[in-house]
Ligand binder design. Structure first.
Ligand code: ZN
Length: 222
């Protein structure tokens, strides 16, 4: 898909305002993908996941992520191709998938942190961007950087369940200048094996957080 978005970038110089996926025209208010493509984005298999990562009480993901599907295109465009404004559409579409009873105004939102080395490479944390866009629409939950990444872990893409768990073990720590809340909603772009959110939740629990839930734009099914 990286290639497809790059090809589109060249194409869009010749034919501006066309969709990066289907090359239909898009209105100036849209960003890289047309409404037709967004309307076909595959929904996650379950509204609320039953197979939960350890230490996590509830998980909602909006969309199903798999090789070659539109969800993957969107995540890669946002995460690796630097299309930051896409976060606005991701948040808007994710919101439409969330059941009203999921919302808990007493929760503090905590984006899954990116190591500063990776953050510098890309210049932004896509989970934080997503959280900010969601907050700008809902406006009642504070976002706090409760966690920091203390170890630079290799990219998770393509590794198995055990390797992923080992990869993120002890990768996170509490940001000690933040007050520890009772309830936290972790926000991530993609949950795959759940190893990352589980490790974040473990660290939060150790610090005294009672309840940790997860909201993710996408979920990859094994
Ligand atoms: Zn399209």
């Amino acid at each position: 898909m990286v290639t497809r978005v790059r090809e589109w970038a060249i194409w869009s110089l010749i034919y501006p305002e066309t969709c990066a996926r289907c090359v239909r025209p898009i209105p100036p208010s849209a960003y890289i993908y047309c409404d037709h493509c967004w309307s076909g984005i595959p929904r996650a298999e379950r509204e609320v996941d039953e197979a939960l990562p350890k230490y996590v009480e509830m998980l909602h993901a909006g969309f199903a992520y798999s090789d070659g599907n539109f969800t993957r295109d969107v995540v890669h465009a946002l995460k690796y191709d630097g299309h930051h404004p896409l976060a606005k559409q991701c948040a808007a579409h994710l919101l439409l998938t969330i059941p009203i009873q999921f919302w808990d105004e007493s929760e503090i939102w905590a984006p899954v942190p990116l190591h500063w080395i990776r953050g510098n490479d890309r210049g932004f944390n896509q989970s934080e961007l997503l959280a900010r866009e969601l907050a700008s629409r809902l406006g009642h939950n504070p976002i706090k950087s409760l966690l920091k990444r203390i170890r630079h872990t290799p990219a998770q893409a393509g590794t198995g369940v055990r390797a992923r768990a080992a990869n993120v073990k002890n990768a996170f720590a509490i940001n000690t200048h933040e007050e520890i809340p009772d309830r936290v909603l972790l926000i991530d772009d993609v949950v795959t094996t759940g190893a990352t959110v589980s490790e974040c939740a473990r660290v939060l629990k150790l610090a005294g957080v009672q309840t940790i839930r997860v909201l993710s734009f996408a979920k990859a099914y094994q």
